[in-house]
Write a protein that binds this ligand. Structure first.
Ligand code: ADP
Ligand code: MG
Length: 367
């Protein structure tokens, strides 16, 4: 996907910009943003940008801790000495390509497998595979849908609810609420085999929540899901999280992690490579933003002079400029003006998680 497309995502996903460090209206960035109909936020520079990333201190109000967790399948190390703290109320994104170890991590937390080394603590209780009691606090939406195809939505929920010890009026009320929340109330009597992938996924989500867990594990819940169901899932998860539910959400879509998660861990080859808020992760890049413009006779002389301000590359008739440390955007536009190039010639983009991943691993998330 071309980087340009991510603009729309950022616009929709990010909170409105507030910054005391820069007077937005007097800044050329602001006018530039008006021209391009982009939020000024894209143009603010983080003062701590060049500071080397440091992991946040251990969570004080911990929901889940992993300490040096290793999991092997024969000779393959699927999780390699992973330590991780998830605080109460977080919406944590586990972002990584296929085979990174996301499902393995989920399965260890859910108690479906035990680690070869290390320890997991859920809400203050050390998890063991022998003692499932602690896991009552936990809901899992597995990567592959786990429902009974021939049973109706309602019958499926009854089975899941009963597994968690719910009975009678409480169970009936919760089933009704859950079906309404995932917008399946009108399909309650239909067998699951008549459902679309998105509907089945929504039902699986409802099933994982009947017992009101404190921690919800969602393992790639939007794979094979239509856009409408996808949005319904996002909105429901965001609402649950606002209500206090801690969520761990795995995905290989950086747009999802960007949109949903308060903190993101990038995982590959069984290791957490980077951990932080989106902003913190983006500061790991040796560049902050990229300015692109068409390579035309009018921009030739300008682009040659830009080498003094950063790196410039030519990609299919487009100049891609990555500023150097200490670069001032005002200098860029002053230089452009001297070359008779108006701001609308330029497209400025904030780097994405994809760029962070590429920087850390040398390959793309989608490969
Ligand atoms: N049951 C298993 N037996 C053997 N290898 C497995 C098994 N499950 C996963 N793996 C391997 O472990 C690695 C991590 O897999 P997984 O946790 O499913 O990654 P992800 O969910 O990020 O795609 C992959 O190399 C995968 O092939
Ligand atoms: Mg998986």
């Amino acid at each position: 996907m071309p980087r340009h497309d991510h603009h729309g995502d950022f616009r929709a996903m990010q909170a409105p910009p507030v910054s005391a460090t820069l007077d937005p209206v007097s800044s050329p960035h602001f006018h530039f943003s008006l021209v391009n109909n982009l939020p000024p936020r894209l143009f603010f520079r983080n003062p701590s940008t060049r500071v080397e990333f440091s992991p946040r201190p251990p969570a004080t109000d911990s929901m889940l801790q992993l300490r040096s967790v290793t999991k092997r399948y024969g000779a393959l190390t699927a999780l390699d000495d992973v330590s991780l703290d998830i605080a109460r109320g977080e919406f944590f994104g586990l972002l990584g390509p296929n085979g990174a170890g996301k499902s393995t991590l989920m399965s260890l937390v859910a108690g479906l497998r035990s680690p070869d080394a290390g320890a997991l603590t859920l809400d203050g209780t050390v998890l063991t595979t022998h003692d499932p009691a602690a896991r009552v606090a936990l809901g899992l939406v597995p990567q592959s849908i786990a429902l009974y195809d021939d049973l109706s939505a309602e019958q499926n929920l009854r089975i899941f609810g009963e597994l968690y010890g719910l009975r009678g009026a409480t169970l009936r009320t919760r089933i009704g609420e859950a079906l309404a929340a995932v917008q399946l109330a009108d399909r309650r009597r239909d067998p699951v085999r008549t459902f679309s992938g998105g509907m089945a996924r929504r039902l699986n989500l409802a099933a994982s929540l009947l017992h009101r867990p404190k921690l919800l594990l969602c393992d790639e819940p939007t794979v094979g899901v239509d856009p409408q169901s996808r949005n319904a899932i996002f909105e429901y998860l965001a609402q649950l999280n606002r209500g206090g539910l801690t969520i761990i959400y795995s995905t290989h879509y950086m747009e999802e992690a960007t949109r949903l998660c308060s903190r993101i861990g990038i995982i590959d080859h069984g290791k957490i490579l980077a951990l932080g808020t989106l902003d913190e992760l983006l500061t790991r890049l040796p560049f902050e933003e990229e300015i692109t413009f068409a390579a035309t006779p009018a921009t030739t002389a300008f682009s040659e002079q830009l080498t003094a301000l950063g790196n410039i590359a030519d990609v299919n008739g487009t100049h891609r400029f990555r500023p150097r440390a200490g670069f001032r955007l005002s200098e860029f536009y002053a230089l452009a003006e001297r070359h008779g190039l108006p701001p609308r010639v330029f497209t400025q983009q904030r780097p994405t998680l994809e760029a962070v991943f590429l920087h850390l691993t040398g390959r793309n998330l989608r490969e």
